[in-house]
Design a protein around this ligand. Structure first.
Ligand SMILES: Nc1ncnc2c1ncn2[C@@H]1O[C@H](COP(=O)(O)OP(=O)(O)O)[C@@H](O)[C@H]1O
Ligand SMILES: [Mg+2]
Length: 617
């Protein structure tokens, strides 16, 4: 069983704190002094904000003491203190905003770099990965992962650490200012609060995980269902699709409800602990005031410090849960980034050096999982010649082209181009040398012009038109209201199979490769158009090393050599006449196709006769 590459399920298990280390390079970006300076600035503003915040209540206390004192003519003192108090509160906010202003570029640049790295990495992963991926779930994982990183960068630096510092600072102030009974009571309340918060959060994190899992599942199903819009209609299965989607949504709903209920429980519990602590400390302060050991200002100070402390403390529960979840999301993203390229360039890989582009397959064995698809294939395409591959569906014909293109590496044997093993050259140069017209063409959801130009983005308009002419698509484009600027729809679905194939042929003509690979390139065309394009294809394969996979044998009778592939083995090879004389698999295929063609021709004559007869009558 191939394991699903990445989806919600892999978000299970205890998140590891070591994941945090991977944030380092983003928090302290190498070679980016401006960003480093911003981090330093942010830390300075952070410290300033915290210092001002913790000191602010003292202005308040002094003002209260000054007011309650008997020294009535010194009114300017409480006024000055009140002004300082207001200013300090204002400055605390200003410093916090300055901190964010300094840091925003660091965080956003990290998010951008991670998203870009992930995107590039995805394009480097093998075809195998992409055939197994679930687009909907994958895109959600990436989304959650980058969001988690953004969150972690901001909150680690600006919330957890500063809150811990503030807790320590305030406890110390209580100790120095009010004595050990106070500091101990406060420390006890804080500890109780933390223990309660962390244990409840541990318990309720599973609801959040379930939410994520169901969210990914719902998205996977929705995307897959929409991509299969036509199939859904063919079978009238809208209700079935809605039901499948609804199951995932219901799962999400259930998890979300539980998550919210448990959050309410957490909030009520936290408030209970906090306010019990508040009552305890304020009771102590009231007693101390009555005993005369502290002033009324001190009483107010204790209250202000506590209330001020409870804001970040309250936040801590939320942040703790988010951090645990972010770790999970980040791990998922990083595990995607750690996924090795299955087909990787060797460290000493060089660009391919072409000299006529002679292709040689020698004893090539290839397997999917444990199934042998190609079983000891040996053949050669001499420079500039054309070799055709024919055989029943599923014989392994397209696999040959995928191997030459190096979508997969082979199990044994070798594939060489001009004597260079394709595993020793860079994939970029190898693929640059090959032009493919695939069996199923998928287009970008953009204009016809964009899709043709994709073959060589720097081509001139004239070159694009020229390629379109060769691929016999000019006349079709001329009929469209927007011409070359017409949109082709998602995956090119607004075009017919034949039109898509002609766009694919045009862009390969534009690419002008040394090697041409046609994989049933004209299979979606009717016999007439096929014949027309055939001449264009013959023209572009002229003087180019070409490997042509065909199902209609009439299109390849001129090939220099024909390979008959069956069940992963080459069972016959030779020229058209030669293979007919052999009277084997090829000869039988030929006879069958000739019969079918004759039957079609007879039918066509019959119909045109009738047509003539009807109109004549
Ligand atoms: N990604 C894949 N994973 C597993 N099996 C595959 C995969 N792609 C193709 N196959 C199998 O390999 C065999 C050969 O496929 P292919 O080369 O596409 O045949 P064809 O000769 O029709 O072009 C088929 O039986 C197909 O089911
Ligand atoms: Mg095929």
């Amino acid at each position: 069983m191939p394991r699903p590459i990445i989806d919600a399920e892999s978000a299970q298990g205890e998140p590891k704190l070591s994941t945090l280390r991977r944030l380092g390079p983003y928090l302290w970006p190498a070679g980016q002094p401006a960003l480093k300076l911003r981090v330093l600035l942010a830390v300075v503003f952070l410290i300033a904000a915290k210092a001002v915040t913790v000191y602010t209540p003292f202005f308040y206390k002094d003002a209260v003491d000054a007011l309650s004192g008997s020294d009535a003519d010194a009114l300017y003192l409480p006024l000055a203190l009140i002004a300082s108090y207001g200013l300090a509160r204002f400055m605390a906010l200003v410093f916090a905003e300055l901190r964010d202003m300094a840091f925003i570029r660091v965080g956003q640049s990290a998010v951008r770099r991670i998203a870009l790295t992930t995107f590039e990495h995805l394009h480097n992963l093998s075809l195998r990965f992409h055939l197994e991926r679930r687009t909907g779930g994958l895109s959600r994982s990436i989304e959650r992962g980058t969001r988690a990183i953004d969150f972690m960068l901001r909150f680690m630096l600006f919330s957890i650490i500063p809150t811990l510092i503030e807790l320590a600072l305030v406890t110390a102030i209580f100790h120095v200012h009010f004595g050990w009974v106070f500091s101990l009571s406060l420390a006890g309340a804080i500890s109780a609060y933390m223990v309660f918060t962390f244990s409840i959060t541990e318990w309720r994190i599973k609801f959040r995980r379930e939410m994520n899992k169901q969210d990914s599942a719902a998205n996977t199903k929705a995307i897959d269902s929409l991509l299969n819009y036509e199939t859904v209609k063919y079978f009238g299965n809208e209700a079935h699709e809605a039901e499948r989607f609804n199951v995932a949504l219901l799962g999400y709903q259930e998890a979300a409800v539980r998550s919210q209920l448990s959050l309410s429980l957490l909030n009520v519990g936290q408030s209970l602990v906090i306010n019990s602590g508040l009552i305890l400390v304020m009771y102590l302060a009231a007693s101390a005031y009555l005993e005369g050991t502290i002033t009324i200002g001190d009483f107010v100070l204790a209250n202000t410090l506590l209330i001020q402390l409870f804001i970040p403390l309250n936040f801590l529960g939320f942040v703790y849960r988010e951090i645990k979840q972010s770790l999970v999301d980040m791990e998922q993203l990083f595990s995607l980034l750690d996924k090795n390229q299955e087909v990787a360039d060797k460290p000493d890989a060089r660009p391919i050096v072409l000299d006529g582009a002679r292709i040689e397959f020698r004893d090539v064995v290839f397997r999917y999982e444990d199934r042998t698809i190609l079983d000891g294939i040996t053949f050669e395409v001499p420079a500039g010649e054309t070799v055709a591959v024919v055989g029943p569906s599923g014989a392994g014909k397209s696999t040959i082209s995928r191997i030459l293109f190096r979508f997969y590496d082979i199990a044994s044997g070798s594939v060489t181009i001009d004597g260079q093993d394709i595993r020793d050259v860079t994939q970029q140069s190898l693929r640059g040398a090959i032009g493919i017209v695939p069996q199923d063409t998928v287009l970008f959801n953009d204009t016809i012009d964009y899709n043709i130009r994709y073959g060589r983005p720097d081509a001139s308009d004239e070159e694009v038109r020229e390629a379109a002419r060769h691929a016999q698509i000019e006349a079709f484009v001329a009929k469209l209201p927007d011409g070359y600027e017409s949109m082709v729809g998602e995956r090119g679905l607004k075009l017919s199979g034949g039109e898509k194939q002609r766009v694919a042929i045009a862009r390969t003509i534009l690419k002008n490769p040394a090697i041409l690979l046609l994989d049933e390139a004209t299979s979606a065309l009717d016999t007439n158009t096929e014949r027309e394009i055939q001449s264009a294809l013959a023209e572009i394969s002229e003087g180019r090393t070409s490997l042509i996979i065909a199902h209609r044998l009439s299109t390849i009778i001129d090939a220099d050599q024909i390979l008959v592939l069956d069940d992963g083995k080459i069972v016959e090879r030779g020229g058209h006449e030669e293979l007919l004389r052999l009277d084997g698999v090829y000869a039988r295929m030929w006879a069958r196709q000739q019969e079918a063609a004759e039957a079609r021709a007879r039918l066509a004559t019959l119909e045109s006769d009738r047509f003539v007869g009807e109109t004549g009558a």
